[in-house]
Ligand binder design. Sequence first.
Ligand code: G3I
Length: 370
Amino acid sequence: MTLPVQRTRTRTCARAAALGLTAALALGLAGMPAAHAGTERHHRAATLDDLAQKTGRYYGSAVDNPELADTAYADLLGTEFGATTPGNAMKWESTEPQRGVFDFTAGDEIVNYARANGLKLRGHTLLWHNQLPGWLTSGTWTPDELRSILKNHITTEVKHFKGKVFAWDVANEIMNEDGTYRESIFYKTLGPGYIADALRWAHAADPKVKLYLNDYNVEAIGPKSDAYYTLIKQLKADRVPIDGFGLQGHLALQYGFPSGLKENLQRFAALRVDVAFTELDIRMNLPSDTAKLTQQADWYRQVTDACLAVKRCVGITVWGYSDRHSWIPAVFPGEGAALPWDENLAHKPAYDAIHDALAAAAAPPHGKNG
Ligand code: G3I
């Protein structure tokens, strides 16, 4: 598989220099004595993605199209991270607003941003029960009609972004909490076989792209992750193209850390699929305080360590990186402060915890090179 060129330290420094003082401040140099700032611009600390790359992984952040106009935010994302995922641009309601009429404008905008900043791109998502266009949800479809609609959507979108995304969340959130299939329009009309069909159609449209199933509340070992384990095992046995399992990682301090996280990653890896944290954030009841931010930092460290402990855990993506742009307050009123950077794009303890965990794994073994 050909991925976008990996960023090098030289390129990162050149880019930091090119960004100039405003962006340098956003890069975290604000607290430095002025006399040191210019030097630091060329010799700044490793980014999260620099460190992740040394372990063979990527560190990414989602981005939504309106956020590209927030230049400080977009510049920092493009510098600190090695991968991005569109928050909304590649969903069905955006890409096929009328039946058979495709609009990839928003997705292409993210592709261009990713290319300009040397970011790998995850495609999200071909098939979801949410954010479907009205023409699809309000229609009454025979199985043949819906199968044809789904095949055309997947084929057209995957072909359009062929060579531009390295992975697709093919099917998103297809299971209920108890491990039964979600009663989506696709399941109700087509039965569970739609998942294997979707994977096969995506593979036919781009044989090189990595194909994922993706969901939330699957970090712990339990009925929902068990259902994915059983499904992926069966898909593998049936030689259906499936490359990865995405754990969204929408965690909340008040619900406890997912038990068996590392073992869960390991059992999927043992099925010969990649695993990745695809939408990580760790929210809390507001207001935040030192104790909560310390606990949050510990959780981010634990998630990072779990990924680093499993060879097939290929990367981590946070669902936006700053509390300035986060989906949480609108969906969970009274909760938030979920990301490693605050509203002012300053590091929180979580950032240092992630950085330390990655740096420890990226460091050469003791005594080597030394
Ligand atoms: O596009 C309309 C705009 O025209 C309108 O003016 C505006 C007014 O509220 O709404 C806009 O739509 C919003 C859309 O994001 C695009 O910005 C929706 O209201 C809003 O509900 C929607 O939220 C997205 C959410 O998925 C929908 O379920 C979030 O941005 C997005 O981050 C979130 O992402 C999901 C993943 O895809 C799957 N996993 C869970 C994750 C968090 O919910």
